[in-house]
Design a protein around this ligand. Structure first.
Ligand code: NAG
Ligand code: NAG
Ligand code: NAG
Ligand code: NAG
Ligand code: NAG
Ligand code: NAG
Ligand code: NAG
Length: 576
């Protein structure tokens, strides 16, 4: 008989497919002000960035936390999730600065990260982060599996904004009830089920050891392959695809079926989700006929010709990018239409990299800005565009275009990492000039919803390492006010595109990321407040919220800066 210690050891090994080696814990922000010891691939500072970004997802975990949880200030929470419907819906991730769990944006996060890892997988390896990537994906996917308990049901949200947004505080007191909202065969949510199917397919492809072999440098992360898991994911992908196209209730947007989701994540259509789902399912199942179905929907939903934004809701640009990649990776399916798909992709890429088309423009400081979408989170559309450009540049039709796309992607990455008029580094904890008053109830340490900015009256109690915040306004100004959920809230989907960009950078860039050039004090609070130009600030987005005024005296360096007006919106967390 095996000694108990060996049995325990085997049990532990069976749970974690990969063991982190070495263990990574985010270095303090000051570590982001010095050059890496060696300007070689991999550069330690880029590796640290990738590590921090993955750590953010660990801080956002819901459910029973395992013993190897690195985020010491987090507690197990949401342990009754699903009780109202008789299912175990514990686990998964809190979506943003609040305690809602939302499957539609999470599905896009998982899709984009798995997609990126089938091209830039080596970046995770070089940074010693593949084990953490595996954990990050599984924590999301294992919950998505629970959220899809049978072939006709997908849970799309746990928790109700109407309740949740009246709460500000830690994870031991999360308000209840936390209702579980679903779409199903009779009351479908085509976008939600299709996007979830895409998440399962893209990640099944990754876990089957798949590589999107558009160029010889495309790689999968070492050791992540697990055919058992890939098969489980594929079963869910196939079931959700069937539900998306054959639901007896027809096709409709999930936010119409479940109005409670419309507050934060109202969807504007499902054509893009269907196409993305069919493309990834065809990859995961090696099915040319499913690929043909994607093309059928592509023409049915007239996806061609868009200059629109790429984000959790709007995925036409991702479809263009993936179609061009697949023309190389699966040439016989695409009927040699590489040139056609390059044209479609390059129309969008040219628009973006020439400074914006379709209403988009560049801010004076150099951020790609889509009025509307960028108004509620300015960095996210720019980073998603940069992610698509990083995927596409290596397969562009000319080397000039490849250079243009790469440079533009890097310019948006640089902006995010401090190359902006504020010298703000928009990743929490990576540099002293990173936001330190983040709109996150659990990280702030405060619990007074009427004094979010002043309780605590200083930096957050816990550093939410790796969180990307909403970002500056269209004049490149950023205030670092905790109450300002537009500029200062973190979210799963804000950090996601940066994962792919960081993995890409670890593989390709021997020199330091921009932030190492920035010493403490480079960022200073701008004068005024976010509402100088439009009072009341963000009013179009807040729900008739009452505005309270207060005054805080703030000293920055030796300068007595200003009176700050703060606002108490009825705490609605995510407005898009
Ligand atoms: C593969 O994944 C399954 C399902 O998560 C897990 O039970 C198993 O331990 C994994 N296999 C290896 C070799 O890690
Ligand atoms: C990765 O781990 C190896 C072996 O422990 C170590 O030599 C190397 O410096 C690590 N690389 C990074 C980027 O952390
Ligand atoms: C976790 O629990 C401890 C002990 O009750 C508490 O002090 C801490 O604030 C909790 N963490 C959060 C994020 O609420
Ligand atoms: C199907 O979903 C709708 C909308 O969420 C819900 O009202 C209904 O109860 C669900 N049906 C079943 C059988 O659970
Ligand atoms: C659910 O869908 C999957 C994939 O289409 C299929 O293999 C499985 O048999 C279905 N399960 C049931 C109970 O119908
Ligand atoms: C990618 O692999 C497939 C086979 O799986 C092959 O047909 C295709 O030519 C490869 N593409 C490239 C660009 O190497
Ligand atoms: C990005 O920043 C690096 C310094 O970190 C600089 O060398 C590079 O030229 C910048 N690239 C672009 C396109 O802005």
């Amino acid at each position: 008989m095996l000694p108990l210690s060996i049995l325990l050891c085997i049990t532990t090994l069976a749970q974690a497919q990969l063991s982190p080696s070495p263990t990574f814990n985010p270095p303090p922000p000051d570590a982001g002000t010095t050059p890496a010891p060696r300007q070689t691939i991999p550069n330690q500072q880029w590796s640290n960035l990738l590590g921090d970004l993955l750590y953010f997802y660990e801080a956002q975990r819901s459910g029973q936390l395992p013993s190897d949880n690195r985020v010491s200030w987090r507690n197990s929470s949401g342990l009754q999730d699903g009780d109202d419907v008789g299912f175990d819906l514990t686990g998964g991730y809190y979506d943003a600065g609040d305690y809602i769990k939302a499957s539609f944006p999470l599905s896009w996060v998982l899709t984009s990260v798995c997609w990126g890892a089938t091209v830039f997988g080596q970046g995770y390896d070089l940074a010693n982060q593949t084990a953490y990537l595996d954990e990050m994906l599984r924590w999301g996917l294992d919950w998505m599996i629970k959220a899809n308990p049978d072939n006709s049901t997908l849970f799309v949200q746990i928790g109700d904004d109407a309740i949740d947004n009246n709460y500000w505080g830690g994870d031991t007191n999360i308000p209840t009830p936390r209702p579980s909202f679903q779409v199903n065969d009779t009351n479908p949510g085509t976008d939600a089920t299709a996007q979830a199917s895409a998440a399962f397919s893209s990640c099944s492809f990754l876990y089957s050891g798949g590589v999107l072999n558009t160029t010889s440098s495309a790689t999968a992360p070492t050791g992540i392959a697990n055919q058992t898991y890939a098969n489980t994911l594929l079963r869910h992908a196939a079931g959700l695809w069937d539900l998306s196209v054959h639901a007896s209730g027809g096709m409709t947007e999930y936010s119409d079926t479940v109005p409670a989701t419309a507050d934060a994540y109202a969807s504007s259509g499902y054509g893009d989700d269907l196409i993305l789902a069919a493309l990834f399912l065809s990859l995961a199942t090696s099915s040319p006929s499913t690929y043909q179905q994607a093309l059928f929907y592509y023409s049915q939903y007239k996806l061609s010709g868009s200059n629109g934004v790429l984000n959790w809701d709007s995925k036409a640009p991702a479809v263009y990018t993936l179609l061009a990649e697949m023309a190389l990776a699966r040439p016989s399916w695409a009927g040699s239409n590489l040139i056609g798909w390059q044209k479609e992709a390059e129309r969008w890429m040219d628009g973006v990299s020439s400074g914006g088309r379709g209403g988009a423009y560049m801010t004076d400081g150099g951020l790609l800005y889509w009025p509307g979408d960028s108004d509620s989170a300015s960095l996210n559309p720019a980073l998603n565009a940069a992610m698509a450009l990083a995927h596409y540049a290596p397969i562009a039709s000319t080397s000039d275009k490849a250079d243009t796309y790469t440079n533009f992607a890097i310019s948006q990455l640089n902006y995010t990492l401090g190359d902006n008029p504020m010298s703000a580094v928009y990743v929490v904890g990576i540099n002293p000039n990173s936001p330190n008053r983040v709109h996150s109830g659990m990280a702030s340490g405060g619990n007074n919803i009427n004094a979010i900015d002043t309780d605590p009256n200083g930096p957050d109690l816990h550093v939410l390492y790796g969180a990307v915040v909403g970002g500056p306004d269209n004049k490149d100004r950023f205030w670092n006010f905790r109450s300002d959920y537009i500029e200062s809230e973190p979210a799963l989907d804000y950090t996601a595109p940066l994962l792919t960009l960081a993995a890409y950078s670890v593989m390709n860039n021997p020199t330091d990321p921009y932030f190492t050039a920035l010493q403490a004090g480079a960022y200073t609070l701008p004068p005024g407040h976010p509402c100088d130009d439009a009072w009341p600030c963000h009013s179009g987005l807040s729900e008739g919220g009452k505005i309270a005024l207060g005054v805080v005296i703030s000293v920055v360096g030796t300068v007595l800066v200003a009176c700050i007006v703060w606002f108490v919106w009825r705490m609605r967390s995510r407005k898009r």
